[in-house]
Design a protein around this ligand. Structure first.
Ligand code: ATP
Ligand code: MG
Length: 791
């Protein structure tokens, strides 16, 4: 404990708790704390290091000295008289070992705390500490005579605010009838305090009872404290010891008194605060230590101690514990205005302005950081969703692209596209209409997926320009609505209600300004722009797919017809040629070896002529077709012709040849001289009547009608034959087109109507066909009549 171990602390700059604890610890095992300088300061404490009061003084001294003179070596000694009261310890240690220990040492400055250390230095002023300047603190009952004869001494006299504390206690508890001072008279300081307190109580009102409970061990104090009642106030003037001599710390002392009594307790030193006292005008150990260290530094800097007057501590302040005030029902406005209250719940209004603005700044900074974080998060989410949307659209493009390039049936291809889009958009029904082959003013349903997969229902055809889908087609503008119910452009409102349809998205399918179809989706949830974006991203692809499919189909149909024609034409040419060749051979053999009777030869020649005429007819048709194809008009050899007579002649010819059919005619009786190419118009009759016969395999009536519908002569040929669908009828004027191209079908080149149309149009007329499947066909043509005289 009293070893000569010398530890040098290089630099004690920081005074945090750790440093204090370290130094306290070190000082308890070694008397010396040193810097690296030559000057040494002796710090001499009256009490022990773990005593709050002494620790506060030591802490403040070290803090100041280290801040200004880190080079100083500190030698610290504790007389420890509070824990060791009585003369034996004094004799053996304070006046025995300690002087021996310090003998022969040189100190440049001595700092002391409390009366015992101060008195020790005074006693040894002329042996151990000759000429060494001394600064004291914590000295109670100081009078100038204590230092004047010795010289080189100055310091801080401790002046506990006994009077102020008693006064404030009485003003806070006006019902007080008795004051009890708990103190000690075993130490010099204790005795000084006791004396001062006795002087003070003499001046208090006579009706106020006063008791001094000095030097009572804890075991004795506890029961009497427990008996205190309202109107009594305890004033704690020192620490307490127990019967075995153990001195409690200030904190323990205050806690014990608090625990065993129910009356208010006041104190005189700040280290009691927070441990159970209500408060008081309290002396601060830290202030004592700091003031003493400052005086010491002035002396080390060259000032003479004798020139520095003794400071009477002015560091006492009104301090109170909020918890104790609450306990005794004391409101804060009963306290002196300059009071400081500890343990008060932090209130916004009690924060000083720096705390307030620091708090506000921190909150603003936090808000700003939070806003920044949220903003960054929102931006990131946005970027992520844009990316996800792009990936989704790219996937969709790829999937639709794969389906469209796979080829195959258009309807199936579009069906697959709708199914993919339906899955991607989460909609309930998806449909694609394309421009109808039959009527380009109609949209025809090609694909349907979801709620209905039928393409042949009542929604099969939509007229362009009518209803929602038709309007999308005509205006070529996409439509997105979430109010399908009640919209008159959606005709089937009953279905809309039943299925709970809310949203509709439609998009025109356009290639190079040409409408090829419309794609549309119905949804049971409100639709977002994302659905429109999905459809938009693939609409062009689908439109081009439809166009390409159509072109391929047409190309394949224009090739198929050609090859069929070649086969048919070859057959048609070969049949008459075989006949011609066969009979010609027979006749030529007959010239070498005559044997056929004359009638037979005539018959053979008749076959040859008839078949040659048939060949001529075929070749004429091909030539006419050639002309029509290359845009040249058919050359007409116009002669005035009595039309009605000619019609009757043709009818007569056909009625004689066809027994199964009944020919009925109704023509105007008047003679009609029209300038026509008779042979060619006859060919038209030939074609039309031969068709009526060919395509009425079961016979029936063939009605030929002539009407004057100025300025036209209208002629119609109607049969009761197999008839055609509207789509088929729309194509019969196309070259080589034949409804039935199977081997079992009636023979033909598919040119009759094409050529007839060419001839009629060359005459300035018109031709059309009306047909119903299974019911029959009526072909009508108009020829312009000569202008009537006088008109
Ligand atoms: P050809 O060149 O020998 O006349 P074709 O009769 O087949 O051959 P078109 O007269 O041009 O050719 O007729 C075209 C097609 O129209 C026919 O193949 C037939 O399918 C259909 N068609 C024409 N007239 C009728 C009709 N009266 N009734 C039913 N189908 C008809
Ligand atoms: Mg024909």
């Amino acid at each position: 404990m009293i070893g000569r171990l010398k530890i040098y602390l290089k630099y004690v700059r920081y005074q945090g708790l750790l440093a204090v604890l370290c130094l306290c610890f070190l000082s308890s095992v070694s008397p010396v704390l040193a810097g690296h300088g030559d000057e040494t300061v002796l710090i001499l404490h009256s009490y022990h290091p773990s005593l709050g009061w002494t620790a506060g003084i030591m802490d403040a001294m070290q803090e100041r000295l280290a801040a200004k003179r880190p080079d100083l070596s500190l030698h610290v000694e504790y007389l420890d008289v509070k824990r060791n009261p009585g003369p034996a310890f004094y004799t053996s240690y304070v006046e025995g070992i300690l002087p021996q220990k310090l003998a022969g040492r040189h100190f440049d400055l001595i700092l002391t705390s409390d009366n015992d250390a101060f008195n020790f230095v005074r006693r040894h002023r002329n042996d151990l500490f000759r000429d060494v300047p001394v600064v004291f603190c914590g000295v109670n009952g100081f009078v100038a005579e204590m230092i004047t004869p010795l010289g080189g001494m100055t310091g801080v006299a401790e002046a506990p605010s006994f009077q102020e504390t008693v006064e404030v206690a009485l003003s806070i508890h006006p019902e007080t009838r008795e004051l009890i001072f708990v103190g000690e008279t075993l130490t010099e300081t204790g005795r000084q305090n006791d004396m001062t307190l006795h002087q003070l109580t003499d001046s208090l009102p006579a009706e106020l009872s006063i008791q001094f409970w000095n030097d009572r061990p804890l075991e004795e104090l506890e029961p009497v404290l427990g008996r205190l009642t309202q109107g009594q106030v305890v004033l704690l003037a020192s620490v307490i010891s127990n019967r075995s001599g153990k001195v409690l710390s200030f904190e323990e002392s205050a806690r014990h008194v608090r625990e065993h009594s129910s009356v208010p307790i006041y104190g005189f030193w700040d280290f009691f605060l927070g441990e159970g006292i209500v408060g008081g005008h309290l002396t601060s150990s830290h202030a004592q230590g700091e003031l003493a260290a400052n005086l010491g530094l002035r002396i080390l800097a060259g000032e003479s101690a004798d020139d520095i007057p003794v400071t009477i501590s002015d560091s006492n302040r009104y301090l109170f514990d909020y918890n104790q005030l609450q306990k005794f029902g004391v409101s804060l406005n009963r306290l002196p205005v300059e009071s400081t209250v500890i343990n008060q719940p932090a209130s916004f209004y009690h924060l000083d302005k720096w705390q307030f603005w620091a708090g506000v700044t921190i909150i603003l900074l936090l808000c700003f950081s939070l806003f920044l974080l949220i903003w960054i998060m929102v931006l990131r989410r946005k970027a992520e969703s844009i990316l996800a949307e792009r990936v989704r659209l790219a996937d969709l493009d790829a999937e639709i692209g794969r389906v469209l390039t796979r080829g195959g049936d258009l309807s199936e291809t579009l069906q697959a596209c709708v199914r993919i889009l339906l899955r991607q958009t989460g909609t309930a029904l998806g449909r694609i209409w394309t421009i109808s082959d039959v009527d380009p003013t109609l949209l025809e349903l090609q694909a349907s997926a979801g709620l209905s997969t039928r393409t042949d229902g009542k929604h099969r055809f939509k007229r362009i320009g009518e209803m929602k889908v038709g309007i999308i087609g005509s205006q070529r503008q996409p439509v997105l609505t979430n109010q399908v119910a009640g919209d008159p452009l959606f005709t089937d409102q009953e279905w809309v209600r039943r299925e709970g349809i809310i949203g509709f998205a439609g998009y025109p399918l356009v290639v190079k300004d040409r409408l090829v179809g419309v794609i549309a989706f119905f949804s049971k949830q409100p639709l977002s722009e994302a659905v429109q974006a999905s459809i938009a991203s693939v609409a062009d692809m689908i439109a081009i797919g439809i166009e390409r499919h159509r072109a391929e189909e047409a190309l394949q149909g224009l090739d198929q017809i050609k090859s069929e024609f070649i086969a048919t034409a070859a057959h048609e040419l070969r049949t008459p040629l075989t006949t011609i060749l066969g009979y010609a051979e027979l006749l030529s053999n007959d010239m070498l070896l005559p044997g056929f009777p004359a009638e037979q030869r005539e018959e053979y020649l008749g076959y040859i002529i008839a078949k040659s005429e048939a060949l001529e007819k075929i070749i004429d048709e091909l030539l006419d077709l050639g002309r029509i194809e290359t845009g040249r008009t058919i050359v007409l050899d116009r002669q005035p012709c009595e039309m009605i007579a000619m019609v009757q002649q043709v009818i007569l010819h056909y009625s004689q040849e066809n027994q199964r059919h009944q020919f009925v005619d109704s023509c105007p009786v008047e003679c009609l001289d029209i300038d026509i190419d008779q042979a060619k118009i006859q060919r038209v009759f030939d074609n039309l009547i031969s068709n009526a016969v060919k395509y009425s395999p079961r016979g029936g009536t063939i009605r030929i009608e002539g009407r004057l519908v100025y300025p036209w002569l209208e002629i119609s040929i109607a049969d009761e034959g197999i008839g055609m669908t509207p789509e088929q009828a729309a194509m019969v004027f196309d070259k080589f087109y034949r409804v039935n191209t199977s081997d079992t079908a009636v023979r033909g080149l598919g040119l009759g109507l094409t050529i007839s149309k060419g001839i009629i149009e060359a005459h300035g007329g018109k031709i059309w066909i009306e047909s119903e499947i299974g019911q029959g066909t009526r072909v009508v043509f108009l020829l312009p009549l000569p202008e009537r005289s006088g008109e």
